[in-house]
Design a protein around this ligand. Structure first.
Ligand SMILES: Cc1cc2nc3c(=O)[nH]c(=O)nc-3n(C[C@H](O)[C@H](O)[C@H](O)COP(=O)(O)OP(=O)(O)OC[C@H]3O[C@@H](n4cnc5c(N)ncnc54)[C@H](O)[C@@H]3O)c2cc1C
Length: 367
């Protein structure tokens, strides 16, 4: 029986980051993902500038910049009646970029493997039990054993579900996403557009493709899709990826020898485009916690991880809640846009709070 120090379910940004940092710390880690990479994922594809310091510690800054991407210079907020406000984004080397998740996530997962993590793709976790160690069962009948288990398997986390920790699904919204041909003269901007039925996010991901996201409710999503087909002259058989829920209650991130990271722990409103940062950084925090546990410091590891995980969101969730209030009632969002046309300072301040790395608290772990 091969016993891993850490088994990580999910090879998205949270799981790959965690595995890479575990390997850097000398731990034997296993990453299990049900998909074959590279794979796309429902996402706006925007990398918040806060990601750069974590990518630096992962040794990936240059490799991410080598991926096909777009530099994003501004955000255009568009009200239901078409009026808009444009807010500039920070410029320079550490600016916000957009990059397809197929490229970004594959790079991260390969980095974890390169550093020594055992990566198993096309392997779906279906069962969990715990004796002295965690026993992880998969759909193909394989079993793995590990001292520490990490749930990094996204908003509908199987690990949380199998441990009876996943909050009951509420009546929620649904998102559609596609990469479509980039309209001429779109520019290097993010468009966040309020629509009667919900909202749309748009961002170029390279010289030829636009990431298009639509967020609505189950009854309104087909009208949003029809709007997009007209707006962007899409064929009727345009392929869309879909995901739900858009938000849900959080799961406590730290348990004995078990951590949740990224979306598995907390799902934030995607409008502000920060989920990848939280995933990357919580992966790093969990790797630090696992290292401490294996040194025999279980209690302080849980305490410190819980504190640092909550610090990561401190002072930021209210912006996210405000964004959610605006997008759940698009009329309210449009009202914000109209108000910001008269006085843009509040919108500029909120945008700066989201995209300025300088506003992040110190991320370095205290030993
Ligand atoms: C519409 C929309 C737009 C968004 N736009 C942005 C944006 O522009 N910028 C941003 O930063 N964030 C954005 N987000 C949020 C972002 O996509 C997530 O926060 C991020 O993907 C979380 O990463 P993760 O690693 O926690 O989970 P995921 O990326 O979801 O990865 C989880 C992995 O777990 C695997 N998995 C799941 N179950 C199992 C199982 N049973 N066995 C094995 N493997 C399993 C999956 O295959 C997947 O690869 C957006 C989200 C939505 C819905």
């Amino acid at each position: 029986m091969q016993l891993f120090d850490v088994a990580i379910v999910g090879g998205g940004p949270a799981g790959s980051s965690c595995a890479a940092f575990c390997s850097m710390a000398g731990l034997q880690s296993l990453v299990i993902d049900r998909e074959k990479f590279p794979r796309e994922k429902v996402c706006g594809d925007c990398l918040n500038p806060s990601c750069w310091p974590v990518l630096e510690r992962l040794g990936l800054v240059d490799k991410v910049r080598d991926l096909s991407h777009s530099k994003l210079c501004s955000v255009a907020f568009i009200a239901i009646d078409g009026r808009e406000v444009i807010v500039d984004l920070p410029s320079g080397i550490d600016c916000e970029i957009s990059v397809k998740r197929s490229l970004f996530d594959d790079l991260l997962l390969r980095r974890a493997g390169e550093l020594g993590a055992d990566v198993r793709e096309q392997t779906t976790v279906t069962g969990l039990s715990r004796d002295d160690y965690w026993k992880i069962e998969t759909a193909s009948g394989e079993t793995f054993h590990a001292r520490i288990l990490i749930g990094a398997d996204g908003r509908n986390s199987t690990v949380a579900h199998l441990r009876n920790l996943l909050p009951r699904p509420a009546r929620e919204r649904v998102a559609l996403q596609a990469h479509i041909p980039l309209p001429r003269d779109f520019g290097n901007r993010i468009v966040l557009q309020f629509l009667r039925e919900g909202y749309s996010g748009q961002a170029p991901v390279n010289d030829t493709q636009l990431n298009l996201c639509l967020v609505g409710t189950p009854p309104t999503i087909s009208r949003l899709r029809s709007w997009a087909e007209r707006q962007f002259q899409l064929p009727g058989d345009q392929a869309w990826r879909t995901i739900t829920p858009l938000t849900r209650s959080s799961v406590a991130p730290a348990h004995e020898n078990l951590f949740f990271i990224g979306d598995a722990a907390r799902v934030v409103e995607p409008f502000t485009g920060e989920g990848i940062y939280y995933a990357l950084h919580s992966g790093e925090l969990a790797a630090n916690a696992a290292t401490k546990i294996l040194r025999g410091e279980q209690r302080s590891a849980l305490r410190i991880f819980t504190r640092e995980h909550s610090d990561m969101y401190r002072g930021r969730l209210w912006v996210n809640r405000l964004a959610r209030a605006a997008v759940v009632r698009p009329q309210l969002g449009s009202f914000f846009v109209h108000t910001a046309r008269l006085n843009p300072s509040i919108l500029k301040l909120l945008t700066a709070k989201i995209v300025s790395p300088a506003n992040r608290h110190s991320e370095r772990n205290e030993a």
